[in-house]
Structure formats: C-alpha cells, structure tokens
Design a protein around this ligand. Structure first.
Ligand code: PMP
Length: 428
C-alpha cells in the first residue's frame, strides 16, 4: 500500500472524510487522495516521493510556483518578530496600498482570513448599504460556504452532487436568487421585475467552480448596466481571478468596473488571506467607520501579509508574467485538444490568462452551467487517473478550473501533452 493510502486511512479516524475540504477526498474521480509533503516551482512531491507537474497551484495562489524564494524570504524575515499581535501593523497599509494601486476600482480594502469571509462580508455590506435583502448569484458559481451563498453553488457542491446544503435555513436561502451564467435576458428580466429589492449581484467574472467558463461578450457589461439602472451593488468575486488572469484581475482583462471586489487565496501567496474592497462611499459603511459590522482576530496577520505582498510585488515588478502565463496556458490547452482529436476523443478547452478548463464533450464550446454539467465526468475521472499515473496533478474534479504557474516550463507542458497522448489512447 502507498504511504498516501495509509495516511488517508489514518486521517479518516478523526477527520470527516479524511480531509479538511471536501474536493480533496477525490470523490469525483475515485481512488485515494495523494498526500503531499513538499512543493518546489512547478512540481509537487508526494509522501511516496513521486514527482508531479502541478496544475492546481494550491487552487490558485501559486502563480509564481511553489516555495518561491521572494515569498519564503518575506515570511522568514517577518517570522522572527512574532506571529501576530491582533493590532495594527505597518505591512497592512503597505498591502492595502498595493491592492488599491493594482486594482483601481478598489479605493478601500479590508483584510479577512478566507475567501468565504470576504464574500460573506461583501454581501452584508451590500445589504447594509442598499437597505435591501435580495441578492443575485449564478448557478454553478461558488463564493465560499456562507449560508446566503450556498445555494446552487459550484465546486465541491457540484462534485458531491449536492445542489444545496442542509443546514441553510430556507428563510435565508429565499433571499438568494440564482440565475443562469452568461444569460443576459435572464438578468434583465429579473431586474425588470425585482430591481428595487436587489442589494447586489455577486459573480465570478470568469467562472472557475463549474470547470472554467469565461464570460460571453456583453455579459459582464450587462451586469454593470442593470446595477447602475437599479442602484444595486456589483460584486466581482475575484478570489480566483484576482492578479491571475491579469495583474489587475478579470476587471482589467474585460474592462468592466465592479463596485466591490472580493479577493482570497491569491493575495496570501499561499497563506490564509481574503479581502474585500471597492468604492469608498460603500466601504465607509463598514465598522468602525460605519454601522455594518465585520471583524477578525487574525485579519491582516503579518505573516500572511508578508507572503501576499511579496507575491504582488514580484508580479508587479515583472510585467511579462501574465503574458507568459496566457501563452503557456494556450500552449497546453491547444496541445491537449490536438492529442484528443488524434485519438477521436470528444474534447474541448477554455483558457483565460493563467486559468483553463478541460471538457469531455462533443460541443465545440461550453458557455453555460447546463453544458458544463452535461460533460462526461466518468471520462474525466479516467483521464485524471491516467494523468496522475503519468506524474501530472490536475484538479481532482471535472468542475474545477486548472491553473498555470510562472514556474511551469515549456518542457513541462510538452511532457504533459505527451502524457495526455498516451492517456487519451486508453480512453477509447
Ligand atoms: N470565491 C471563489 C470564486 C472561490 O473559488 C472560492 C474558493 N475556491 C471562494 C470564494 C471561497 O474561498 P475560501 O475557500 O478561501 O473560503
């Protein structure tokens, strides 16, 4: 038995399902989750000393690759001062300044400790600011696991086949209106009927929790328009896309300005961080400036700030990173498509900046939740397992985006495509 299998068995005694986050359990792909002990650059090393080319990147933050020297050094130099004080530190202002500089729609920003906290707080703020209760989200988008947002969500909710979670009161869920991603008529009609009751729209500007689905031209612009017309707050959840699809996030890539933005794992460089920010007049409603309450003992933790800031500084210093990420992602997705075609496997891909999606389908393009969930998940599982044996670590679910890192070389991508050539041959 592998050490991963032994560890997984042991983990299940006192950890529900043996994991601290559901998708890690490999439910969607079968088999035993891999237990990792180390990451370096583009690679992960498991407890059995196998090496993998990693396309998960800790679910997004490892834009520069694992154990990147600038990031580690920043944490090392902070470490000797202590681990946190629950009081203001200079580095929090440095971080706020950097975030506001790189994402100009953000005039004020509050740090939290996870993406879930960021979206939950942004929703409360939008409700407090507008005095309205209803919120709009899109089917298959995942915004963390707070009650209002755990309605028809993506990510692990999709992987486990649970459309909604027990424990979310119906009286709360009824304020969440779920619409179809990329369907502007659906949005316009809902606003025509209920516009004056809608506090906000929250959206992943590139959907990364139902595989990877980019916004169709005009979709984000439509959301901006209806929010302007009806006095609702537009929230871009850039927990995945922020600083990844472009230095200024998806809002820079697609040139649509939200009122509030939520950020997450990416700004922690791998340590636990989240943030929400945006228009000064809205953010001024947050305590202690205003009446909308939000707080956190570990918020702005100096170690997390130092890791995140080092990564943002490194990205800012080398403006070619995002261009390279896009080019490498295209190289990978085009290479995979060509091999699938060679073997007669119905397959298509999406790519935006350093994010990508892999779809086992005979449709030329996947643009909706219905199309994403109609894909062949069994074939994905077989592909995933084959690639894993070849030493390529993809997201262990058909409903998660893939992530490219700056540390991934063209040679790594060639090896990945060669591996896919062999694996596609077994899928017939
Ligand atoms: N929003 C998006 C778009 C996410 O992808 C995620 C997590 N994958 C979250 C929010 C929640 O973040 P966290 O897991 O840090 O709570």
């Amino acid at each position: 038995m592998s050490r991963s299998a032994d560890l997984f068995q042991a983990a299940q005694e006192h950890i529900p399902g043996g994991v601290n986050s559901p998708v890690r359990a490999f439910k969607g792909v079968g088999g035993t989750p891999v237990f990792f002990k180390r990451g370096q650059g583009a690679y992960l090393y498991d407890e059995d000393d196998n090496e993998y080319i990693d396309y998960v990147g800790s679910w997004g933050p490892m834009i520069l690759g694992h154990a990147q020297e600038d990031v580690l050094n920043a944490v090392r130099s902070m470490l000797d001062n202590g681990l946190g004080f629950g009081a203001p530190t200079a580095i929090e202002t440095e971080m706020a300044n950097k975030v506001c500089e790189l994402m100009p729609s953000i005039e004020m920003v509050r740090m939290v400790s996870s993406g879930t906290e960021a979206t939950m707080s942004a929703i409360r703020l939008a409700r407090g600011f507008t005095g309205r209760d209803k919120i709009i989200k899109f089917e298959g988008c995942y915004h963390g696991h707070s009650d209002s947002l755990l309605v028809k969500a993506g990510s692990g909710m999709l992987t486990l086949g649970e459309p909604s979670s027990p424990g979310v009161p119906a009286s709360l869920a009824e304020h969440t209106i779920t619409l179809t991603y990329n369907d502007v008529d659906n949005v316009r009609q809902t606003f025509a009927e209920l516009g004056d009751q809608i506090a906000c729209i929250i959206v992943e500007p590139v959907a990364g929790n139902m595989n990877c689905i980019p916004p169709q031209p005009g979709f984000l612009e439509c959301l901006r328009d209806v929010c302007d017309e009806h006095g609702s707050v537009l929230i871009f959840d850039e927990v995945m896309t922020g600083f990844r699809v472009a230095l200024g996030g998806a809002q820079a890539h697609f040139n649509v300005k939200p009122d509030l933005t939520t950020l997450g794992k990416v700004i922690g460089g791998g340590l636990p961080v989240g943030a929400f920010g945006g228009r000064r007049d809205i953010m001024s409603h947050i305590a202690p400036l205003g009446p909308v309450y939000q707080a956190g003992t570990l918020s702005g933790n100096p170690l997390s700030m130092s890791a995140g800031l080092a990564m943002l500084n490194a990205l800012d210093a080398d403006r070619s990173v995002h261009e390279q990420l896009s080019a490498k992602t295209e190289l990978l997705t085009q290479g995979l498509e060509a091999k699938a075609l060679k073997h007669g496997i119905p397959f298509t891909t999406t790519a935006v900046g350093g994010m990508f999606g892999l779809f086992f389908t005979d449709q030329a393009q996947v643009t909706t939740f219905a199309e994403a969930t109609a894909c062949d998940t069994e074939r994905f599982a077989a592909f995933f397992q084959g690639m894993l044996k070849e030493g390529v670590y993809l997201a262990p679910s058909a409903y998660e985006a893939g992530f490219m890192s700056a540390a991934t070389s063209e040679a790594d991508i060639d090896r990945t495509i060669d591996a896919a050539d062999r694996v596609f041959a077994t899928l017939k």
